[in-house]
Design a protein around this ligand. Structure first.
Ligand SMILES: NC(=O)c1ccc[n+]([C@@H]2O[C@H](COP(=O)([O-])OP(=O)(O)OC[C@H]3O[C@@H](n4cnc5c(N)ncnc54)[C@H](OP(=O)(O)O)[C@@H]3O)[C@@H](O)[C@H]2O)c1
Length: 298
């Protein structure tokens, strides 16, 4: 088996969807001997043209090197692929960059331990074009030894490779928390295009101004974190009664134009219940008390 500190450690990538292909492409670009396998074999063609080696079977792919990366739709698919190769994976490092729940990450770790596999769970926090960039964030948790041994190799995928501890579920907790933030913001963004578009404003005219909102989020997040850590929710500059009035205006204008208000209705519900509970003078972070309760669906 090769020297793990050798920058040309052979790497295997299982799963060549959009993300798996980007991961394998980054390894090829960095000069790693890269063996690839995908259920639909044709998806390996472009990578093979760039120098990757196509494996006909998962077992053959796994046998090619000490470090195996899997990135497919979900853990059920990963399990389907890995289960028959379990004995071959014994003694190797498996890094699962598939996104799924913390519970499934932890049960994958139990399965891996049963097969003598050194298992690192991970999450990719960037879109495919960012893979291989020094600023790209990928999160890892689980085997510290696996992370430390292959840290330099994993940094080929994204320079911000963060190890979050030995609980295999932690990377997934970060991943899903951040995905919830992302998709809520995406829904709000699409609503913004729908509402401005209903007044005949072209998306390309509107889009530069979305930066005004995206740009204020990092300092707002830092302020919220400070409030949460202190347990004091100040609202001197931005109390939630004022914010709820803004939410109501968005909903009213949307209703007037026949635009769907489901996303904003949910936000209004959280804000209204927070105010009703007596927190009207505090900032938006105080809706966290409502967030901490199960929703009707839960
Ligand atoms: N794309 C992104 O921007 C992005 C960003 C961050 C994280 N991620 C995460 O990366 C993972 C992969 O995403 P993706 O964008 O690559 O998805 P994708 O383009 O839809 O590809 C899905 C992959 O899963 C494979 N697959 C699905 N079911 C399978 C099964 N039962 N058995 C074997 N293989 C199966 C597919 O194989 P076939 O080709 O044979 O169908 C394909 O390789 C996901 O967990 C996703 O959340 C993606």
């Amino acid at each position: 088996m090769s020297n793990p500190n050798d920058p040309r450690t052979p790497v295997t990538v299982l799963g060549l969807g959009a993300m798996g292909s980007a991961l394998a492409g980054a390894f090829v670009r960095a000069g790693h001997p890269t063996t690839v396998w995908n259920r639909t074999a044709g998806k390996a063609d472009a990578l093979v043209a760039r120098g990757a080696v196509r494996a006909d079977t998962v077992a053959e792919a796994v046998a090619a090197g000490p470090l195996v990366i899997v990135c497919v739709l979900d853990y059920a698919a990963a399990r389907e692929i890995l289960e028959p190769a379990g004995p071959r994976l014994s003694g190797r490092v498996l890094v699962n960059l598939t996104s799924d729940t913390p519970e499934r990450a932890r049960s994958a770790a139990v399965w891996a331990a049963g097969h003598g596999i050194d298992y690192l769970d991970g999450s990719v926090m960037v879109p495919t074009p960012d893979i291989g960039q020094p600023g790209a964030t990928l999160l890892y948790s689980g085997s510290r030894q696996a992370f430390e041994t292959y840290e330099e190799t994993l940094k080929v995928l994204g320079g911000r490779a963060a190890y979050l501890g030995d609980d295999h579920g932690t990377a997934a907790v970060y991943d899903l928390s951040l995905l919830g933030f992302f998709f809520s913001a995406m829904a709000g963004l699409v609503h913004a295009f729908a509402l401005s578009g209903a007044e005949g404003i072209a998306a390309k005219e509107f889009v530069p101004f979305t930066e005004a909102i995206a740009g204020i989020l990092p300092p707002i997040a830092a302020g919220m974190a400070q409030d949460l850590d202190r347990g004091v929710f100040s609202g001197d500059q931005d109390n939630i009664v004022m914010e709820a009035a803004g939410i109501a205006h968005v909903i009213e204008a949307s209703v007037d134009r026949g635009i769907n208000t489901e996303v904003l209705d949910a936000v209004q519900g959280l804000a209204d219940r927070t105010i009703a509970a007596g927190h009207g003078k505090t900032g938006f972070i105080s809706v966290i008390e409502e967030m901490r309760k199960p929703s009707a669906k839960g």
